[in-house]
Design a protein around this ligand. Sequence first.
Ligand SMILES: *[C@@H]1O[C@H](CO)[C@@H](O)[C@H](O)[C@H]1NC(C)=O
Ligand SMILES: *[C@@H]1O[C@H](CO)[C@@H](O)[C@H](O)[C@H]1NC(C)=O
Ligand SMILES: *[C@@H]1O[C@H](CO)[C@@H](O)[C@H](O)[C@H]1NC(C)=O
Length: 507
Amino acid sequence: MAEHVKIEHDEVIRGWFSTAGLGRLKGFVTTTTSFIFFFFLVVIAALVWMDIPIIRGSPFSFASPSSKIYPEKIHHVSIERIRFPLNCSSFVNYVTNFEPEESTVETCPDYFRWIHQDLRPWKASGITKDMIERGIPSADFRLVIVNGNVYVERYRRSFQTRDLFTIWGILQLLKLYPGKVPDLELLFYCGDNTVIMKRDYHGPSAASPPPVFHYCGEKAALDIIFPDWSFWGWAEVNIKPWEETLRAIRKGAERIEWEKREPYAYWKGAPTSADRGDLLKCNVSDQHDWHVRVYEQDWGKEIQERFEHSNLEDQCTHRYKIYAEGRTWSVSEKYIMACDSMTLMIQPEYYDFFSRSLVPAKHFWPIGRKNKCRHLKFAVEWGNNHTRQAQAIGKAGSQFMEQMLTMRNVYDYMFHLLNEYSKLLKFKPTIPPNAQRVCAETTEQGLAKEFMLQSMVKSPSDKLPCALPPGFEPRAIRASVDGKQDNTRQLETWEAQYWKKLHDTKQ
Ligand SMILES: *[C@@H]1O[C@H](CO)[C@@H](O)[C@H](O)[C@H]1NC(C)=O
Ligand SMILES: *[C@@H]1O[C@H](CO)[C@@H](O)[C@H](O)[C@H]1NC(C)=O
Ligand SMILES: *[C@@H]1O[C@H](CO)[C@@H](O)[C@H](O)[C@H]1NC(C)=O
């Protein structure tokens, strides 16, 4: 994960001064040669330390999760490898370029291919200033990057701190890849609903759609999908940045083995959609046991208790976990899938940037929207009869979240999306007169500040972004959709047989 990569060098420097580090080094410093080597390193470390700009301005101590020392990496300690201060006044174009040490480049995960698909509406025409202007009524803010600086023009307040954390995420991207993010201008919408509808830009005389960045998409919409704010934290409901949360959920998942978990389907949340209201009806009652256990989130009470009783890491207690969309997509998907429990996914209508690459029967079990209770009952019973397969699906879903959805990949996705987008611009981005320059100097207080410090990129990357794979051929998209439908149909056939048998035996 990016976090480790970033703090490594700092750890190296700090490690030499810490007693724990010295303890671990005892075995190492045995011969004269290594002693000289050690002395040499201390001198380097001291030099680095004395070179004030490296540390000055950062009043915060960034304790690393593991205080490992990497003696083999010592050679890479370089004065260039700076650590960013929080204070942006001293970070004006601090680094304009970076030289990655590793030249090998991995290919990005499959879901990056959707970047090409999302930008397809503008592929032939390019993006003009006029197209962007026409999108303003749908946008919360305009964001412009010129020479590595970020300027924001705000049109209206977004819900909670969504805009703040989204802009924060983009600032961190600029720090991870200094000098690599091109100049650009974009519009962003932070709400739930999709805003650029295909039907409004249909037909020969229709205007071209305005490009608007947003967190989710659907078949009927042309919103450009960007990672949502929760990757940097959701202060209002006390959900920490994704790396911290994932680590906690993984720990929580280890507490109870799959076999020992409750053999039911679990869901907890607020019934903000018809689908979720419907789901509440499947709860166990005197009349029915659909093998479903649902709990309503009491927001008032939770806010009072600072959400201390709804820790995501304490919710890996059941073998099956239900995903149900809220008003549109839900950020809960990644938390639900990280548990190792098999995810029962109520057929979503919306998708975020990674969910289009999730495969039914491989990463999750699809649940039809109609007759949910019956579908859920069958899925749970099937899983309890086929524990090995159910566990494997749970595991595959979690591995996707852990391996494909690293923060490094989230940043790389943003990088490539912005990079491809900027290539389409037909004009040179300039600083808008009403825009304000923003920087990493956070004026937030409380939890929001804490999350920003946690999710802050502390030094430039030491490798290049992954390599963007090409877009899908239309044929490949169809094949992928067909494959998913085949999987789903297979499960439906099993289910139909099950209910038929049950019905037949009853008569
Ligand atoms: C940032 O640095 C400047 C100059 O070093 C200082 O005057 C200012 O108070 C600092 N701001 C914060 C938030 O630390
Ligand atoms: C579902 O049933 C369980 C067990 O009876 C109960 O504790 C829970 O409150 C019920 N959930 C809802 C939303 O009514
Ligand atoms: C699970 O096993 C029981 C007992 O063998 C069987 O009656 C039931 O139909 C099975 N259910 C599913 C969904 O496989």
